[in-house]
Design a protein around this ligand. Structure first.
Ligand SMILES: [Zn+2]
Length: 356
């Protein structure tokens, strides 16, 4: 599930790519997750321009120039793909789509094909009526990867020159979501903070107002709580999910099952420092793609390559053994092994030797 670094990566991408884009059409084959209703949403965003994108917790907010904002939650498997169509586009037929759908395409060697025209508004409406799932027509780069093919919702931007046809050279922003839990909502910009799911969020983990003092105050109220569970509670601190709670506590050398009341001052300081360090590093590395998450180009993030504990159950701890022994694989029988357990309904990963 995308957490703070993944959502921030997408927001940063959007701010580079979609500012000033005019939305001319919107398509969905999963309308029940478009709020307040598909028709209100579509009408409310029509002919608007995008002012900026921002993040609140794990929500993406896209502010429009009509005093409304699109609120997006990616949930389990959602991600947004920005597709700029090239000038030498040509129509990509259903037959070609089927052929490419079965082709084996490696994500490490992006394929470039000269077949990338967005369908017109009328053909999108025909697709809506038929209920046929929209297959991505842009065959370029990483968009071929299966994980990027589950397009549920699609924004069509104006073609250059202001044509409102959803036309040849207009870009699109597409919401790919295998599991279908992701949703979009249209709300008054001034009311975004009052939205039920946003209102109850705690302070953002990367907010500059989230200081050591504030962290201590939060923990003070939850003395009987377990640190591994507290970090996951979005109503206390927003943005940390399952991947990063494990990584933060590993870096802080604190056992996730520790009760808050047993944490020493130094340990609390270390956890706080690692919340900021780990999240900032993950944003810099464009997030973790352990499964479905991809950036707006359909590319994986980089943080999965440096994970210390998450997803490494049964493997050697990277840090509690001397490098020389680690290299030889010696002396690790029974110690320095990553453990996976359930904590707060979700898996937690830790090293029982170096996390006290
Ligand atoms: Zn260890």
């Amino acid at each position: 599930m995308p957490e703070l670094p993944e959502v921030q990566t997408i927001v940063n991408d959007l701010n580079k790519k979609v500012i000033g884009e005019q939305i001319v059409d919107f398509w969905s084959d999963w309308k029940k997750n478009v709020r307040p209703s598909f028709s209100v949403f579509k009408k409310g965003i029509s002919k608007t321009k995008i002012l900026k994108a921002r993040r609140i917790g794990k929500h993406i907010i896209i502010d429009l120039d009509n005093d409304y904002s699109i609120v997006i939650h990616l949930k389990m498997s959602g991600h947004l793909l920005y597709k700029k169509l090239t000038a030498d586009s040509q129509q990509f037929t259903a037959k070609q789509r089927r052929n490419f759908g079965s082709a084996k395409i490696s994500s490490s060697s992006p394929l470039k094909l000269d077949a990338m025209t967005s369908p017109s508004s009328s053909s999108l409406r025909a697709l809506e009526r038929s209920g046929e799932a929209w297959q991505s027509s842009v065959i370029e780069g990483y968009f071929n990867e299966r994980v990027n093919q589950y397009i549920r919702h699609k924004f069509i931007f104006s073609a250059e020159g202001g044509s409102a046809s959803g036309g040849k050279n207009g870009a699109t922003l597409e919401f790919s979501d295998l599991r279908k839990f992701g949703w979009l909502n249209l709300v008054k910009t001034e009311k975004v903070q009052d939205e039920k799911e946003i209102k109850k969020l705690g302070i953002d983990a990367l907010d500059k107002n989230f200081t050591l003092k504030v962290f201590k105050e939060i923990l003070e109220k939850k003395k009987k709580g377990i640190i591994g569970t507290i970090l996951l509670d979005q109503e206390l601190i927003a943005g940390i999910g399952n991947i990063y709670r494990s990584e933060i506590l590993f870096e802080a050398r604190v056992n996730p099952k520790r009760k808050i009341s047993t944490l020493k001052e130094k340990e609390i300081e270390k956890i706080f420092k690692e919340i900021k360090n780990v999240l900032k590093k993950a944003v810099k590395m464009r997030g973790t793609s352990d499964s479905d998450y991809r950036d707006t180009e359909g590319k994986k993030g980089g943080f999965q390559n440096v994970l210390n504990v998450y997803g490494r159950e049964g493997k050697m701890c990277k840090k509690c053994l001397p490098a020389s022994e680690f290299a030889r694989g010696q002396n690790w029988a029974g110690k320095g092994k990553i453990i996976r357990e359930k904590l707060g309904q979700r898996s937690i990963f830790y090293c029982s030797i170096c996390q006290k």
